[in-house]
Design a protein around this ligand. Structure first.
Ligand SMILES: Cc1cc2nc3c(=O)[nH]c(=O)nc-3n(C[C@H](O)[C@H](O)[C@H](O)COP(=O)(O)OP(=O)(O)OC[C@H]3O[C@@H](n4cnc5c(N)ncnc54)[C@H](O)[C@@H]3O)c2cc1C
Length: 273
């Protein structure tokens, strides 16, 4: 079983600031981290490998040379090897161009060892579109299953996988043939402490770095800014909600004050039961 997990280096959005003049992210204001959803994706790959007894976990990232840090972090969690595609030709890519470049890298990885499962995070905490996973699946012509919260069963003989998806108002069980792609959220597992051998391996590990020339049958106009039809029209911080009134006193007094506010606004609807 060969599982490839796509991992993205993102700025820590709990800390990052938006430049109020240019309305762009000030990437220097926050440290770069492994997209938290992708950490859960790697952890799930480790769980699946345990479930089936053996297998290879590769991670794949597209980004600048310093994105090797997220590959090392993934090795710490339990991945076996990591690929970074890094080239000026990929710069300025939107989700269409990103998924194209990643699918071309997956094609090359599959030549080394056929790929059974691709796992992506549900979304990246910076770009936040959730489009890259399904975009890769479309290009690889494999089924995508999004927002998976549990890998229920995997049948290696039949090459099928049973996945539990979370929907807005319930759950869905999907049986997919694999190779397939799934995207996972944080609910799927708990990140475990990395064992010492993994940490030592990660510290010594040299990720495999590919440029655009290492990928085959690439249509260059589909890469980077040239291959990106999306235009970000405007980016801004939403205005903070105005006003608000702090309720004072004990709980009875607070309830009375709240009733007054609601009655004032004619927003109180009482339903007889
Ligand atoms: C016009 C335009 C120009 C842009 N220019 C730049 C730029 O110059 N530099 C820049 O950093 N961003 C740029 N972006 C943002 C960039 O398009 C997105 O960050 C990227 O396409 C991924 O989309 P997302 O963050 O919404 O990922 P999502 O679709 O939310 O990510 C879902 C999952 O896909 C996988 N994934 C996503 N991206 C990667 C990746 N790079 N490597 C491996 N796995 C990945 C991960 O598993 C992730 O959890 C630009 C966007 C636009 C619209």
């Amino acid at each position: 079983m060969h599982i490839v997990v796509c991992v993205k280096q993102v700025p820590d959005t709990k800390i990052i600031k938006i430049n109020p003049k240019t309305n762009t992210l000030d990437r220097r204001s926050a440290p770069a981290i492994l997209n938290p959803y992708d950490a859960h994706a790697v952890q799930e790959a480790v769980k699946i490998r345990k479930m089936v007894g053996e297998g290879t976990i590769s991670v794949l990232s597209m980004g600048p040379p310093q994105a090797t840090a997220v590959i090392k972090k993934s090795i710490e969690i339990g991945a076996d090897k990591g690929y970074l595609i890094s080239d000026r030709a990929f710069a300025g890519a939107d989700t269409l161009a990103t998924s194209y470049a990643l699918s071309k890298a997956l094609e090359r990885i599959a030549k080394e060892e056929p790929v059974d499962l691709v796992i992506c995070g549900l979304h990246a905490i910076d770009g936040d579109t959730g489009q890259v996973g399904p975009g890769i699946a479309r290009r690889m012509d494999i089924p995508p299953v999004t927002n998976v919260i549990e890998v229920t069963e995997l049948n290696e003989k039949e090459k099928t996988i049973l996945l539990k998806r979370k929907l807005a108002n319930g759950y869905q069980l999907i049986q997919a043939d694999y190779p397939c792609l799934m995207t996972v959220g944080k609910e799927i597992n708990e990140i475990e402490y990395s064992p010492m051998p993994n940490m030592i391996k990660a510290a010594r590990y040299e990720p495999i770095i590919w440029s655009v020339n290492d990928l085959e049958n690439v249509n260059r106009p589909q890469l980077g800014l040239k291959g990106s039809p999306t235009i970000v029209g405007k980016m801004f911080t939403p205005p903070k909600p105005e006003g608000g009134k702090r309720l004072e006193g004990n709980s009875d007094e607070q309830v009375n004050q709240l009733m007054e506010v609601l009655q004032d606004k004619k927003e109180l609807f009482l339903t007889a039961r």
